[in-house]
Design a binder for this molecule. Sequence first.
Ligand SMILES: [Ca+2]
Length: 442
Amino acid sequence: MLIIWRLLYLTICANFLGYALICIANSSEGERFEAMQRVHRKFLGQRMTFPQFGGSITFMTAFGSPPLSTKGKAICVDSINELFEAIEKAEPNTTILIADGYYHLPRRIEIRKDGITLRSESGRREKVILDGGKHQLGELIAVTGCSDVTIADLTIQNVRWNAIKLNTDTGVHRVTIYNCIIRNVWQRGVKGVRVPPNILRPTGCRIQYCLFVNDRPKTFDDDPTDNPQTFNGNYIGGIDVMFAQGWVISDNVFVGIQGRTREGRGAIFLWHDSRNCVVERNIIIDCDVGIVLGNSWKPPDIEVHCNRIIVRNNFVVRCPESGIVADYTKDCLIAHNTIHDPTNRLGRLIRLVHDNDGLRVINNLLSGPPIKNESSSKMVLFNNLVMPDYSHTFVNANRGNLRLNTNAIDAIDKAEPLPEVRDDIDGKPRGSKPDIGAHEFR
Ligand SMILES: [Ca+2]
């Protein structure tokens, strides 16, 4: 026991010493930034899986990404039976650590107690695979009537409908979904449902550092409920949440979330009176739709779909149905995003439709068609750079790396400073002469 404590102490000291040395050893801001990035990645790979540690360990990374802590008692499991037993018997505030392995789940995992954490013991998300394919699961994890749940460092794959279903109509708050891979899920990676008026809307959830990826477009075989009579194989998206309040959706990557005829839903989709959320530093590549605030269908009891939501510093690459959409919003901000899709079939890199009172669309970089404004609301569309094809100014547009290179003379130092955007997609400070788009070149 004592040895573990000492090791832990030494580990923490070594890391902070590392930070200090980096700050001293690297003179230029660029070098410091690169070095910090390396440590940042190291921290992300280094999970605190010390079950003996009763309290929480806080590691602030270089860019303030949220710390993951091991809460309360920890239980290690290495079989499906142990996993279900642990979930069922766990006291609130228990951490369940899953051993590396491939788990064909026979039924949905039901999390119903406050403070439950479910994560891989190794911290390597690709090493713990929870697979719903063999038993054709409709959903893989459900969170019901509880708060402060964490799901981290693991893979969820082959699920017919939803990978993680938040039953937000039962009071679900402060859920953290962190560093997971969500793969081949055929309706939604994360779903938050409609909330009745007498239930507190889901507040303070975080979805960060996750990879949402599908290996191919959806087919009819993937989901019998999605057929020519319903959604024609296009009922598919990444994150779909209603009534979200104070959520952070950041630092995720979405690849290939595609409907059967490439008419799917948003990689990130917030609607039904969602408020005060931040969507930032996400990279969305080859999905049908990128980031969507609202929807053209709005029930009578919903005044606006999205209120005071900030969408900043995202890369959106080749999303043919729409890059970023605002549709029935109020006082939202879409700023410093880079969207690349020169041949977008609908001309919708940014699409504004229906009422969007108080919307500000500022300092975005569009490589492709200009903003498609179908809204008659009073909005501020300012200092957005539109180029028919700006590929040559990106590090690697094909691979979705829209960081700028020296060719980007129309973007570099050409943005209007915005108080809401102090840094870029890498967490690098913007300085006094910000660049247009999500990346700060210098
Ligand atoms: Ca600059």
